[in-house]
Design a binder for this molecule. Sequence first.
Ligand SMILES: [Zn+2]
Length: 302
Amino acid sequence: MSVSENEGLHSAEHIFARSLQNLGEEIHVRKADTFSEEKLGKIFIKENLDAEKVFVAEADTNKVINSNLKVNETMFDDLNKAIKRFPKLRFNEERLEKEKTVRVISIGDFDFSACIHKHVKTTKEILAFSICNISHLRGETEIRFLSGLDAILFAIDKKNDILRLSLQNGFDPERLSDEYSRLKGALKEEKDNDIFLLESLLNASNMPLDMGNMRISDFYRVFNKFIKESPGKDIAVVSSSQIFVLAGEKSGLDIKRLSEEMKRIGFVGEARQRTINGKINDKEKALKLLRLYIRREAKNAQ
Ligand SMILES: [Zn+2]
C-alpha cells in the first residue's frame, strides 16, 4: 500500500494531539478532519489553548516524526481490554461503542489511540508537520496544519515572505518582531504628533481647518475633548471627502442654517443639534463657505 498524503496528515494528527497532552494541557479534541481534498488538517479543541504551547507541541511532533517510530495496530474484543493494555489510550467516548471490538493504533511508545483510519507504517513517512493557522472562537481552539512536502513548502514560503520584506525594507530578517515593534512605535509617535498639532490649531481657533487627506474620524476623540473644555468655541474641519462641524454647548453657531447652506454646495450627510457630519465633493467650496459663515457669525455676535 502506497502512502498517500492523507495517511501522513492523519498520523501526524495523532502525534500532535498527544504532544499537546504531554504539555500538561487538559485537552479534549471535539473534532479532527484530515481528509480534505486540499490536504489541510483541522483539529478542534474544546479548550482555549495558548499559541506558545501549540508551537511547542508542533516542534515536539516533528521530533517524533524524525525519530522514526513504528506504527502498529492491535485489535481488542472491547474497550476495557484495550485500556488495560494501554492505560494512556486516547479515545472518543461519544463515538466509541464500549462492547464492540476496538482497533488501537500505537505509535512507538509515544501514543495509543482507538482509530479506524489508515496510517503510515513508520513516522518518518510523514516527513514534516507545520501549523498554518490558529484561531480562537467561543472558548475553542481551531488549529489548521499540513504534513509532508506541503508542510515544508509552506514553511519555506512564509520564511521567504520575511526575507522579501527584510530585503525591501532593509532590516535584519531575524529581528522581524523588533522591526514590527519599532514601526508600531513610529506610527504611534506620528499620530501623537498629529494630535498635538491639531490641538494647537484648535486652540488658535483658526477655523475652518483643512485636514488634507487625513481621516477626520481618527480625531473625533480630540474634537470632543476640546469642545468639552471650550464650550464657547466651534470646530469646523474639512478633508478631501468629509466635513465635520462641532459646536460648543455655549456657542451661538446656527447649525441648521449652516447645514442648509452646505447642502446648496453638495453636502450630503447628517445635521444634528450641535454637529454636521457628512460628505462633500468640493473641498475648496466647502472651506470658502465655512470661512464666510464663521466670519459672519462672529460679526453678528459682536
Ligand atoms: Zn487514526
